[in-house]
Design a protein around this ligand. Structure first.
Ligand code: APR
Ligand code: PHB
Length: 406
């Protein structure tokens, strides 16, 4: 018995419905380019998984320019700085003062994803959730193919002009690039994060990044009613070893400051987040382009992962529009180098923030003193604080040409 393969054709086959794949499909549609997005997970799963929460000014502007700013502007929380805490003191780093008025927006990745899915479905876009056995083929030719089994069980084959691998770190697109063509740089860290979502208003007006001998802690938030908090733990930590009481006790201890109190509430969700830096390149093989976590991963300290994914697809949408609409290859040829310059800046910044703020297991007293000296420098020198602020708000600043979005 032969099973039927449903054949179709589109301009861009997008693998993965994370922020990269969804925004790419949206930006392409604004340029009159058709795409399909295929995603292994369900829509509910994509809209619920806890991820990052901070948008650079350029990322927020990009979403606004693409017509996705309504809820972001209503519900996003603009933050003009962060606190750095160490040696029993909390210091404010004032981004607006240091960067000529720039700020970031606290707006969860889950909300960005919900807004994107809603906008794409309202526009009648093809997003296939719950697919399996995704395959990409013929990327080295000018007629690449995307194959998948739909949620209903039918096998599909989509002939495309271009494939976009937006399928995250564990996806199939990066491994589809022939071995030997890809260069990988990576490092792992001797710790992980334990993250909780708590049903309690944040105890702080701005995020607190806290260095403590027991380990790093971060107080972030999702809304004025929901807090997001993180603790440095061992890389192989078992979440079962962390009942809620133990988590709150460690958070209280690490954030402790006279006259300040950590508000506690029910833990809605908890999980362990691995930490790694990973940069692969080039981000293109023939007609297969990689974007977001499929090509690079940063540790979460400094909140760059989501912003890099959005920046990649802003560049990719321009490049594909130029390629597919005008036949110009220049931007597509430059895509990987254009993105990787920003990727390396963010990779360095995330590594620097991570190593400056975490307690390194086995660090010598010398190394511990050097780390404290770096923290004192960043919180006392305007030049050093400006380096942190400029990178945190986004460097280079992502520029959105308003005229490109009708
Ligand atoms: N076929 C189809 N979809 C796939 C496949 C596959 N074989 N493999 C993975 N996917 C999907 C995943 O289920 C996920 O929804 O690709 C999507 C990739 O999305 P993300 O992991 O969110 O990656 P990206 O869009 O690049 O966004 C990067 O996510 O991990 C965070 O910190 C990171 O904030 C950053 C952002
Ligand atoms: C988050 O809110 O999830 C968050 C914020 C800042 C970070 C990392 C994560 O540096």
């Amino acid at each position: 018995m032969t099973s039927t393969v449903h054949a179709m054709r589109t301009q861009v086959g997008i693998i993965g419905a994370g922020p990269a794949g969804l925004l790419l499909s949206h930006l392409l549609a604004l340029r009159g380019i058709d795409s399909i997005v295929v995603e292994v997970r369900s829509r509910a799963h994509c809209e619920a998984r806890q991820r990052a929460g901070v948008l650079e000014a350029g990322s927020a502007d990009l979403l606004r320019a693409a017509g996705l700013g309504a809820r972001l502007d209503r519900e996003g929380l603009e933050h003009g700085g962060i606190y750095l805490q160490f040696a029993g003191q909390r210091h404010h780093v004032d981004f607006r003062d240091l960067t000529g008025g720039q700020a970031v927006t606290v707006y969860a990745q889950t909300e960005v994803v919900k807004d994107l899915i809603a906008a794409r479905l309202a526009a009648g876009a093809a997003i296939e959730f719950g697919v399996s056995d995704t395959e990409v083929a013929d990327a080295g030719t000018d007629r690449p193919v995307l194959r998948y089994t739909g949620a209903g069980g039918g096998r599909h084959e989509v002939r495309c002009d271009v494939l976009a691998g937006c399928d995250g770190f564990h996806g199939i697109c990066r491994p589809a690039i022939p071995a030997g063509l890809l260069t990988v740089h990576e490092t792992s860290y001797p710790y992980a994060w334990l993250g909780i979502l708590a049903d309690v208003p944040p105890s702080t007006d701005e995020l607190i990044y806290c260095h403590h001998p027991d380990g790093f802690a971060l107080h972030s938030m999702r809304t004025p009613w929901i807090s997001r908090l993180y603790l440095q733990v061992a890389p192989d930590e078992d979440i079962a070893a962390w009942p809620d009481d133990r988590i709150w006790a460690q958070l209280r201890k690490r954030f402790a400051l006279p006259g300040w109190e950590l508000k506690e509430g029910p833990v809605l969700e908890k999980g362990i987040i691995p930490m790694r830096s990973f940069v692969s390149g080039p981000m293109r093989y023939g007609r297969l382009f990689l974007a977001g976590d499929a090509a690079h991963i940063v540790p979460p300290t400094g909140a760059k992962g989501l912003n890099l994914a959005l920046a990649d697809v802003a560049v990719l949408a321009e490049a594909l529009a130029s390629l597919l609409t005008c036949g110009h290859t220049g931007l597509a040829d430059a895509y990987s180098d254009t993105c990787r310059s920003r990727v390396w800046r963010a990779t360095h910044f995330s590594w620097w923030m991570t190593t400056m703020l975490h307690a390194t297991p086995g660090a010598s007293p010398m190394e511990a003193q050097l780390q404290l000296s770096q923290l004192r420098y960043v919180t006392s020198s305007r030049a050093a604080a400006t380096t942190l602020a400029e990178n945190y708000v986004g460097y280079p600043q992502l520029k959105t040409a308003a005229k490109t979005y009708p």
